[in-house]
Structure formats: structure tokens, C-alpha cells
Design a binder for this molecule. Sequence first.
Ligand SMILES: C/C(=C\COP(=O)(O)OP(=O)(O)O)CO
Ligand code: SF4
Length: 397
Amino acid sequence: MDTKAFKRSLQHSENYNRKGFGHQAEVTTQLQSEYHSSLIQEIRDRNYSLQRGDVTIRLAQAFGFCWGVERAVAMAYETRQHFPTERIWITNEIIHNPSVNQRMQEMEVKFIPVETGKKDFSVVDNNDVVILPAFGASVQEMQILHDKGCKIVDTTCPWVSKVWNTVEKHKKIDYTSIIHGKYKHEETVATSSFAGKYLIVLNLKEAQYVADYILNGGNREEFLQKFAKACSAGFDPDQDLERVGIANQTTMLKGETEQLGKLFERTMMQKYGPDQLNDHFQSFNTICDATQERQDAMLELVQHELDLMVVIGGFNSSNTTQLQQIAFEKGIPSYHIDSVERIKSGDALEHRQLNGELAIAENWLPAGKIVVGVTSGASTPDKVVEDVIEKIFSLKA
Ligand SMILES: C/C(=C\COP(=O)(O)OP(=O)(O)O)CO
Ligand code: SF4
């Protein structure tokens, strides 16, 4: 499919909107009242640190709502204002934060129902409005909606669209896109739908396996089984890894993405020689600025003497998980929670471990004077962070 031509025709359609509806002023006030926190503003103004009693809170210098999230959430609110009586659907969560998604449901923005693992678009008729979330949507979903003639409000973050352009460039010159990402994640599902041949690798271990295959060959069946859900239809590891381009989900771990790019560069250089490298390898770093800033701020924060870290964000939030990974690698006791309700008491806190499972941490809040590092993912409202900090203050009061 010529995805570029399709995007052009969609963007020229009178049913398509990606700029909002001119209700910014009202929506900004509404968003401020629902998600803003004066406590967090105070901590920012005090050089990201606040002491109360035995507790010193140290905030990361960059955290919380990124530009793309603010934009997407504002557009969704504007859509509700602009279409007060129409039925409004959304193809997935607007962003990965439970409190924001809850608000969408309260505003009667409904998810497209899923029947036996497949979205049922038959519920949408041409008078309806459908919002595409900040992660975007697959080109197939966009086509279904475009064909239906319903109104489409596209909140895809431009940083995400940039990754789509990158894989389209690979497709044009017949390169296979190696996408550093999570194959089930909405953004990567969308990105891969714009690619030609592609292979999704999760981490350096998987990348090393692919690099070894490129250099030495290997067990084809094992390869195909390992990446069964993470490659394009008909992918042939013996043919389709001769020319590769790297792209990444915007919220991966920055350092890992860089290492992965270098690994494939070395591999292609070794296989084809330095003179031929440009005919076999291309790399664009498509990690977004917000992800980089939040990870850099976290790397700075964990240099301080901290008794523990609290990382706040949705449990399905990729960028939040990367922040937790940084604390984990530094060996700091760190707890990833999605809301204040996870804090049961000073003795018990429910948190998400890096393997995705929930666990209860006992005696997580040490006695005496403590320094608590706090950060939050790009989809976490400041209000949620405030609630957590207030709870810690009250437990130690
Ligand atoms: C929309 C978006 C990022 C905002 O944070 P989210 O936590 O919603 O998403 P992610 O980190 O990708 O799981 C995609 O880049
Ligand atoms: S994390 Fe980056 S790509 Fe994702 S919404 Fe925010 S700015 Fe956009």
C-alpha cells in the first residue's frame, strides 16, 4: 500500500482534523483545574526540592506531561466541546494514564469495542466522530474510518509521525526497518503498519541475536518463531536483513537505542566492509526530546543520596517504565505506582515490578529523616504526583 499517498488523501479530506477547533482558551482553563498542582509548582519554584518534617522530596528536573500529551489531551477535550451531542469514539487509550482515560469515559468518549481480539468498527457511522490517540493508529484503521466518512480527529504526536516518515523512507529504498520497540505497544503497531519489511526488537539481547544471524546465519525456524509476532508478513531472515534501517519507538531507553544502532552499524560494516556500509545501513534516532529530557533528568537525580525513589505513571506507560529501569540499575529502592491508592500505609505499598507483575513492598518508608526522589512519566498529570507527595508527608508526620 502507498501509505504516503493515503496519508495525503486523508489529510485533504474535509472530515479530517489535526489542528483542533479553536477552543484552546476554555480547554486550557479546564485542563489546569483538573490536572495542575500548586504544590508541584511550588517545588519547581524551590529548585525542585521541598522539606517538610523528616521528609525531603527531590523532584527530577524534567518530569510529567510532555508537549505531545498536553496537545493530544487538549484536542480530545476540544473535540468534546465542538461536538457536544455527537457520538465520539476513540481507537485506544488517549495516553497511558488511568486518571486521564477515566475522564475520557466520563466525557462519553467511548472505546471502539473489541470482539474476540478484533476491533469492531461496525459501531461507527458517518455522523460519528473518532479520535486517534497520541500514539496514532495503524494505517488500516485509518483507512476503515476514512472509508466510513466519519469525522476523524487525529491527535497523533508529531514526534510519532516522524517515526512513520522514517520507516516509509526505508520502504522506498527497499531497506528492512529494524524497529527498537515493543511489538504490542500501540505506537509500534502503528509505526510497523507504515513500514514495508520490518523486524521489531525489544532489547540488546534480541538485537545481538539478529546481528549474529546476519553475520553467521543460524536456525531459520527458530528465528521465525522468536519473532513470529514482531515481523512483517513473509519475512525471510536470509533475504531481508541485507539492507537495514533503524528506527525506534519514541519512548525507549535512550542509551539502549544508541547501543543498538551502533551494534547494527558494526555488524553491517563487518559483513560488507566500510566502503559498502552506506548501501546496507541507515540509522535515524527517533527517540523524542521529551523522553530524552526525562531520562537525562532521572540520570541526574539518581546521582543524589536518595533513600528511595517513587516513579509515578500508568502501568502500561513505556516511558515511565524506562525511568523505573534507570533507578533499578542504580540499585536504589524504587517503586513504580500509578496513583496514590497504591500506597496502603507506611508499611505496605503495591507497585509494578519491571517484569510487569504487581508486588507488595513492606516497610517501604524508612523511619527517621529521609530523602525521597520523585519523578513521573510523560502521561502523568501533576495532580497525581501531588497526591502521592502529600500522602508521603502525612504518613511521616
Ligand atoms: C503518547 C506517547 C507517550 C506519552 O506517554 P504514555 O505513557 O502515554 O505512552 P508510552 O510511554 O509510549 O507508553 C507516545 O510517544
Ligand atoms: S513522549 Fe514524545 S512522542 Fe510521546 S507524546 Fe510525548 S513528545 Fe510525543
